[in-house]
Design a binder for this molecule. Structure first.
Ligand code: PLP
Length: 341
């Protein structure tokens, strides 16, 4: 019997994000870069729920609920957008949340600012852990899961960044949205560019571009990594795509050559900004009133601009940059930024 296998496995979803998000042209930045530059405004998925993690959480929290969980547990850096979105989204559907947040000195946790302030407002339980504990986070997840079960709770573990087979559906659906956005524009060689941090957004966009026909129409999906390196993400994204296919049987096989990562722009390191990156963030704000974040979108966009300076047609005639959010990460960078204002 013939079925539409590309739809067959789609799991349940809770509605959390304001969708579809707008696709908006950046007129003055386009002129400055001499390229047709558009932004998919996934920073507008919500106010407090702003950013890319909300799309993933629609599927992850539906899965948690289906499994009878009453608490979600996840991990990230101290200013994690993913943890903040998880805490707020969980509370909004009556679940509790535990966040494992990585910080230099767990005995002296950072100030309650930016995302941490929102974590606390949402009522999340925060467990501060060191970088070395974070490296062994599977073990820490097990320890915390056991502790919660002993307390009578029913925990559901969400992996770093929500980047697993379930969460990947969020960006499969975003690619579908982009496919309909782009059908209203003229056909021009187009690249979809995104900031890559744990790989789930990339995996979803690559799979979704294949499933919705964007790839067949010559649209390229290109990530700029903000941590680790190219080979790490080819492997991480490949792994997520394989797990996705094994679970949902959509009939899309992703090989390493399908995973396009532009490396070389991690700069000073994850969540560390250079004055040049911040100056570009300021310039984009002043040209088009688009606010990038220092950790992900600002860094990735810096990479895009550098690549274009070397080769103006590097990404084709039209660029769609996915604004994956992160605005609350701006406030902890206020001191460094204010020197440039
Ligand atoms: C998490 C995050 C990313 C990276 O997405 P991944 O799916 O983890 O690769 C990009 N931008 C922002 C603002 C984020 O919070």
């Amino acid at each position: 019997m013939l079925t539409n296998t590309k739809q067959a496995g789609r799991p349940p979803r809770v509605r959390l994000a304001r969708l579809p998000t707008p696709l908006q042209r950046l007129d003055r930045t386009s002129d400055a870069l001499d390229v047709d530059l558009w932004v998919k405004r996934d920073d507008l998925t919500g106010t407090e729920l702003s950013g890319n993690k909300v799309r993933k959480l629609e599927f992850l929290l539906a899965d948690a609920t289906a499994q009878g969980a009453d608490t979600v547990i996840t991990c990230g850096g101290e200013q994690s957008n993913h943890c903040r979105a998880t805490a707020l989204a969980a509370t909004s559907i009556g679940l509790r949340s535990v966040l494992l947040l990585r910080t230099d000195d767990p005995a002296n946790p950072p100030a309650t600012s930016g995302n941490i302030l929102l974590d606390r407002l949402a009522g999340a339980e925060i467990v501060w852990i060191s970088a070395s504990e974070y490296a062994r986070r599977t073990e820490i997840f097990e320890r915390e899961t056991t502790r919660l079960i002993e307390r009578g709770q029913r925990p559901y573990v969400i992996s770093e960044g929500g980047s697993d087979a379930v969460g990947t559906w969020g960006y499969v659906e975003c690619a579908r949205e982009l496919s309909s956005d782009l059908s209203t524009l003229s056909e021009a060689p187009t690249s979809i560019l995104y900031a890559c941090g744990s790989g789930g957004t990339g995996a979803g966009l690559i799979l979704g571009a294949r499933m919705s026909g964007l790839t067949d129409n010559g649209v390229r999906v290109v990530g700029v990594n903000v941590c680790n390196d190219r080979s790490y993400f080819v492997s991480a994204i490949g792994g997520i795509c394989t797990a996705f296919e094994a679970r949902y049987h959509v009939g899309v096989k992703v090989s390493p050559s399908d995973i396009d990562i532009v490396d070389g722009y991690v700069g000073r390191g994850y969540a560390k900004s250079s004055p040049e990156e911040l100056a570009l963030l300021r310039d984009v704000a002043r040209r088009d009133a688009l606010i990038l974040d220092p950790v992900y979108t600002g860094k990735a966009f810096f990479g895009v601009v550098r690549e274009l300076a070397a080769d103006p047609r590097r990404f084709g005639d039209r660029i769609v940059f996915v604004h994956t959010g992160g605005i609350f990460g701006l406030f902890p960078a206020a001191d460094q930024l204010s020197r440039l204002l």
